[in-house]
Design a protein around this ligand. Structure first.
Ligand SMILES: Cc1cc2nc3c(=O)[nH]c(=O)nc-3n(C[C@H](O)[C@H](O)[C@H](O)COP(=O)(O)O)c2cc1C
Length: 305
């Protein structure tokens, strides 16, 4: 039956199709896509790499399972094998993705041959002996800082924080998130000036980082929000990486509706059009750091059924 919500959805779609800019149209196209994953993967090397990672990720879960079911993952393994045998596609993707996909396929086949034996890929490495209270206290002390010492940063100063970001979980182990950054204060200042929430900052902006997701890696309706979820989690890891390296950072929201600002930021930081900026971050050596600010009570943060 045709309901009010159908009408609203139709109007929304009409609005997006006619008035929205290219990025929103791309997300809309993702929401209404009907082709198969294997068809979609031919649209770009990044899409192909994402499909390999999605299939390899499914096999990894089977390989790591203590209750291995040889029938689970069979179709994925066959699809992955077919995709890996297509040399015209494999020629264009990164070695890490290719190597990991081949490794997971081999580990899955080994587990099928001997289902009771956990493969080397499934053996956990020992956990470092760290104190949970100290880690919690370290995280609690992190603050958003908006005033920085007039001290320029080098890319090298940020690279360990990016290593933190690299450890973030991403959906299906896609790793389609990238930090586009500038440590040139003038460029950082211009990028910061494009952000809506720029009040409260000092005049000197040492570095600016845009955390963006490659939309080629997300093709289907059920994945429409994942680029922003993945990039958001990466941003959180990056923030903690800055904190661990005695740098201070403040996340800055990015508007999805202002196409002109979005185009300017893409140009300024040489961000390819197919990357959607999820959030930005200003980084520098802090002038001072305030004490931890209060949080809502613990019981506000969860609900138990
Ligand atoms: C997604 C996101 C967007 C944010 N955008 C801005 C922003 O545009 N401008 C700003 O000054 N702070 C921004 N912040 C920082 C928040 O204001 C800050 O995290 C919050 O007040 C808590 O303070 P704390 O980070 O010091 O604990 C943002 C934070 C997040 C998570």
């Amino acid at each position: 039956m045709f309901t009010q919500s159908h009408l609203l959805r139709g109007l929304r779609r009409y609005f997006l199709c006619t008035l929205a800019g290219p990025r929103l149209r791309r997300i809309l196209a993702m929401l209404t896509r009907t082709e198969t994953r294997e068809d979609a993967c031919r649209s770009s090397p990044q899409s192909y790499a994402a499909i390999l990672r999605i299939y390899a990720h499914a096999l990894e879960k089977s390989v790591h399972s203590p209750r291995f079911d040889p029938n689970r993952g069979k179709d994925r393994a066959n699809s992955l094998e077919r995709l890996l045998s297509n040399t015209s596609l494999t020629a264009h993707i990164d070695g890490e993705t290719l190597g990991w996909a081949q490794e997971m396929l081999a580990a899955y086949r080994a587990r099928v041959a001997c289902p009771t034996e956990l493969t080397t890929a499934a053996r956990a490495s020992p956990r470092p002996n760290l104190n949970a209270s100290a880690i919690y206290e370290f995280i609690r002390q992190r603050r958003s800082v908006r005033h920085f010492e007039e001290q320029e940063l080098r890319v090298h100063d940020l690279s360990h924080a990016i290593e933190f970001m690299r450890c973030a979980p991403t959906s299906c182990h896609r790793q389609a998130v990238k930090a586009f950054l500038s440590v040139t204060p003038e460029t950082a200042r211009r990028a910061h000036a494009l952000c809506v929430g720029r009040s409260g900052f000092g005049d000197f902006i040492p570095a600016f980082v845009s955390i963006a997701a490659d939309l080629n890696a997300y093709s289907f309706p059920d994945e429409a929000f994942l680029p922003f979820v993945d990039a958001g989690i990466c941003a959180a890891f990056f923030l903690l990486g800055c904190h661990a390296n005695n740098l201070a950072a403040t996340l800055m929201a990015w508007s999805v509706s202002d196409e002109d600002r979005d185009r300017k930021l893409h140009e300024l930081l040489s961000i390819p059009a197919y990357y959607a900026v999820a959030v930005n971050c200003v980084v520098g050596v802090p002038k001072s750091v305030a004490p931890p600010n209060p949080r809502k009570p613990l019981d506000h943060w969860f609900s138990v059924v």
